[in-house]
Design a protein around this ligand. Structure first.
Ligand code: PLP
Length: 415
């Protein structure tokens, strides 16, 4: 009943009109954009909000006494409040803007890691992590002589929770896992993962990489119990170059700055500098005001569509595309967890993913090929790479039909 209701409220043709790029052509064919896990397209409201900022109130923030600077400062702060409400943080003081999920994780690794990880300590991640949630921890372990431990993944692409429990020890300082896998689409039980860690030791710092989650599902950082939660604006219909680091205020207050310079200080003299309060302590230099304004508009857009409608549309696309793909001889879907977001990776026997991607591009279909920044996962699965299609709520069943036809033709040419 709820589904039928939501479906009626969702008019994909109208939604698509909000995204100018979806009406364009690629290689002479209507663009079919199935690389949403890499970056999403932007609605007119986001594009216009950024244009309006530059046309009407572009100014540096927090310093100006004049009207447009005050307006720009207000827009920046109101964007933080919007993000805070969007993920149910306790306060907008817990929202730090970065360049993206990658920089957010690096900030935690450098700042929290500097004071809290010591020789022999252990950090737990998983086999399905994006490089952004692997390399910063590897480097921290090198700096500190700490140990990186890795939760294995099953053949269907799920985390082995029994193994995770065995990895936890008295030396565990950090657990950092992805909410949704960008390669497999698996939705990880992050709330359970965190409560297991906290039951072992409440001081274990639990980090969730939400880069693939915040636009698919309603995230409540307090309900999940995350100490830190990170994501990127550009994957959630907002502009590039802006990311979010949510951190519990007590942790952020105790952490040293990540970068230093203007805006993050309270007082500066040549003998001593004192630092600003959070979140400013972590935002050295002129921030990306345009990004904050665009992200604010992107959240408004997501809220106007609603997560119920997003879920219904994306689930239908996932199910339909999975069924159609499974009908193709020699094609294997990589990642068949019961609990999946609208991301499908696949391989075709004897064929190179890159070649398939190039031929699909000729038909106007944009997909991602390769390792998807998850090289250790590819090694574990003993495959060189996959073709990945990832859907947003603005994609359609008709587009999937175009893709499947183009894929069959590509396979015919390559075999
Ligand atoms: N984490 C996951 C799961 C991702 O999919 C990505 C990007 O694809 C990142 C982190 C890094 O995001 P960004 O490149 O926006 O910093």
């Amino acid at each position: 009943m709820q589904d039928t209701l939501t479906k009626k409220l969702f008019d994909v043709d109208n939604i698509r009109k909000d995204f100018p790029i979806l009406g364009t052509f690629s290689n002479g064919k209507p663009l079919v954009y199935f690389d949403n896990a890499a970056t999403s397209q932007k609605p007119v409201s986001v594009i216009n909000a950024i244009g309006d900022y530059y046309r009407n109130y572009n100014a540096n923030i927090h310093r100006g006494v004049y009207s447009i600077s005050i307006k720009a400062s207000d827009a920046y702060e109101s964007s933080k409040r919007k993000v805070s409400e969007f993920i149910n943080a306790k306060s907008d003081r817990e929202i730090i803007y970065t360049r993206g999920a990658t920089e957010s994780i690096n900030l935690i690794a450098y700042s929290f890691g500097a004071d809290n990880v010591n020789e022999g300590d252990e950090i737990i991640i998983s086999e399905m992590e994006h490089h952004a949630n692997i390399v910063p921890w590897q480097e921290l372990c090198k700096r500190k002589n700490a140990v990186l431990k890795v939760i294995p993944v099953t053949d269907t692409g799920e985390l082995e929770l029994d193994e995770y429990i065995k990895l936890l020890s008295d030396k565990t300082k950090i657990v950092s896992v992805g909410h949704i896998s960008n390669t497999l689409g698996t939705i990880n039980p992050v709330k359970d993962i965190i409560s297991i860690a906290k039951a072992k030791n409440t001081n274990i710092c639990c980090i969730v990489d939400g880069a693939q989650a915040v636009h698919h599902t309603k995230v409540d950082v307090r309900n999940i119990g995350a100490d830190f939660y990170v994501f990127s604006s550009h994957k959630m219909y907002g502009p590039m170059g802006t990311g979010v680091l949510y951190g519990r205020a007590e942790l952020l207050e105790a952490m040293p700055p990540y970068q230093t310079g203007g805006d993050m200080i309270e007082n500066v003299s040549f003998s001593q500098t004192t630092f600003n309060e959070i979140p400013m302590k972590f935002e050295a230099g002129t921030p990306n005001v345009e990004g904050a304004v665009g992200l604010n508009a992107a959240i408004d857009y997501i809220n106007s569509v609603g997560f119920d409608a997003i879920y219904v549309q994306e689930s239908e696309l996932l199910q339909y595309a999975t069924e159609k793909l499974m009908e193709i001889n020699g094609l294997r879907v990589i990642g068949t967890s019961q609990n999946k977001a609208s991301v499908i990776s696949f391989v075709v026997k004897g064929l190179n993913a890159f070649d398939i991607g190039v031929l699909l591009d000729g038909s106007g279909v944009a997909v991602r090929t390769g390792q998807h920044c998850t090289e250790p996962l590819m090694d574990k699965l003993c495959i060189p790479g996959t073709v990945r299609v990832s859907f947003a709520f603005y994609n359609t069943i008709e587009e999937i039909d175009i893709f499947i036809d183009a894929l069959k033709k590509a396979i015919g040419v390559l075999q």
